[in-house]
Design a protein around this ligand. Structure first.
Ligand code: ATP
Ligand code: MN
Length: 461
């Protein structure tokens, strides 16, 4: 492996010959020289290459070099007279590896819209913004694993195919091998007993229930994997396939859960600010001005805690006019969440103890019997970034809540067993990975923070 461009552009002039390889971003010719910039995605910076057109062979090669072509250049890394770069490669040979005909190569040197780039998702990582997103995504993934690994959490791979719908959301993709053209029927509906798994199966919408079983054996665990929702919502925040991070902690109540969520967010944001400083400058300049300061604000803040009931009161008292008026019992809308974090708390806030009616069955019922031990972490610019709860660990109450939610306790027999054998207080939360990347980069559309987005009507590539 040759040195990456990132190392070359940041190094001092060198006495020996070096090799640089990459894709051409721009090219400029003068009578005797050819200048071009090559980039290999290791950073935003490109390496300037200059070659003296001394021989016919060189002349012939550089003539064929166009934006997008791949080259290997050899020469001396010398101090650059230009003010945009420290060093440049004075090449004495350049080899054209793969040409990119200018009349058809779609990525010419101009700004393309993100909509257009989505149509060429196989080439868009060659642009500055999408390559920066890819590096941030990778850095964030590593930071997530590092955070949990350093704290002794066990990484659990929960199944992608599942026969239990975590929240009864009914937005699962079905997994079946029944022949679509002649589905075996029984009493008017498909006979799933003859399907591959002998019952209805789908792609997972969450790994939480399975993670809970491992938490009740390994204490602190987390999942980080793909999640699927067949929701027909064509928004800039919904994908049909996205990644979710779900830690689960045994012997941990809501207080510990809140502390973990705060520490986790700060850790991941700080890692990106530090390790992707150059990319963050790009987002700060072109995508979302002020984003660096806003992330630093979260990292340096201490999160406010506020019960839902107080939050509703504060919102009512604020006198602000909302599209949806606030009242106790309703789910907070994004406008309320933003107002809470930006105007009332002026920083991240964790809202707890939501009305039981608007939250999932597995959240622990409070003694008031009206609210559950839920928590939503709200951050400026976005609103909810994390949702979590202390789980209901009392068997009989959980059965009741499952029934209330219109679900069948028998389908949850193994989940209920955790409450029959060695039950303990336990808690966890979920973070949609793409939503977090959107927050960190300021990218408006979730389709631009995952390499190959799957959405309603779209699964090209
Ligand atoms: P929303 O109200 O935005 O649809 P949700 O209430 O359905 O979210 P949860 O069921 O709590 O979300 O899922 C946990 C996390 O997964 C969410 O906080 C969000 O970050 C993320 N998430 C949920 N649905 C999607 C989706 N379709 N695409 C990308 N991320 C998602
Ligand atoms: Mn949803």
């Amino acid at each position: 492996m040759g040195k990456r461009i990132r190392e070359l552009v940041d190094s001092d002039p060198q006495e020996h010959t070096i090799t640089a390889e990459g894709w051409v971003r721009t090219k400029r010719d003068s009578k005797h020289f050819c200048f071009f910039e090559i980039n290999d995605g290791s950073s935003l910076k490109s390496l300037q290459v200059i070659i003296d057109k001394t021989t016919d062979e060189i002349k012939h090669t550089v003539q064929q070099i166009t934006t997008g072509s791949s080259v290997i250049c050899t020469g001396m890394l010398a101090e650059s007279p230009g003010k945009n770069q420290r060093v440049e490669l004075k090449a004495d040979s350049v080899e054209l590896i793969g040409p990119a005909p200018a009349d058809t190569y779609p990525l010419q040197k101009k700004r393309h819209s993100f909509e257009f780039l989505r149509e060429i998702a196989h080439l868009r990582p060659r642009t500055n913004t999408i390559s920066a997103v890819a590096r941030v995504r990778s850095t964030m993934s590593m930071a997530v694993h590092r955070f949990f690994h350093e704290r002794g959490f066990c990484y659990i791979h929960t199944p992608i195919i599942t026969t239990s719908d975590c929240e009864g959301a009914g937005e699962m993709f079905r997994v079946t091998t029944l022949p679509m053209d002649k589905i075996p029927m029984q009493d008017g509906s498909p006979d799933y007993s003859r399907d591959f798994f002998g019952k209805t199966a789908g792609l997972t919408v969450s790994g939480q229930l399975e993670a809970e079983t491992y938490a009740l054996a390994l204490k602190n665990v987390y999942t980080f994997g793909p999640t699927f929702r067949a929701e027909n919502s064509n928004t800039s925040r919904h994908l049909a396939e996205f990644w979710m991070i779900e830690p689960e902690m045994a012997f941990c109540t809501l207080e510990g859960n809140m502390a973990a969520a705060e520490e986790f967010l700060k850790y991941v944001f700080a890692a990106v600010l530090e390790e992707c400083a150059e990319d963050m400058e790009l987002f700060n300049r072109w995508i979302q001005p002020g984003i660096i300061e806003s992330l630093q604000g979260v990292v340096g803040s201490s999160f406010t805690h506020m019960p839902y009931t107080d939050a509703v009161q504060e919102l009512e008292r604020s006198g602000a006019s909302f599209e949806y008026p606030v009242s106790w019992g309703m789910d907070l809308q994004s406008e309320h969440e933003k107002y809470l974090t930006e105007e009332i708390c002026r920083g991240p806030v964790i809202v707890t103890d939501y009305p039981r009616e608007i939250k999932a069955f597995y959240m622990k019922l409070n003694d008031d019997e009206r609210t559950v031990r839920a928590m939503d972490v709200l951050v400026p610019r976005l609103g909810e970034i994390i949702g979590g709860s202390e789980r209901e660990d009392r068997h009989d109450l959980l059965v009741k809540r499952i029934r209330e939610s219109g679900l069948d306790p028998q389908d949850y027999w193994w989940y209920l067993d955790l409450r029959r054998y060695g039950s303990v207080p336990h808690s966890g939360f979920g973070l949609g990975f793409e939503r977090a990347i959107q927050y960190v980069t300021g990218m408006q559309n979730i389709r631009d923070v995952i390499p190959f987005p799957r959405t309603v009507g779209s699964a090209e590539f």
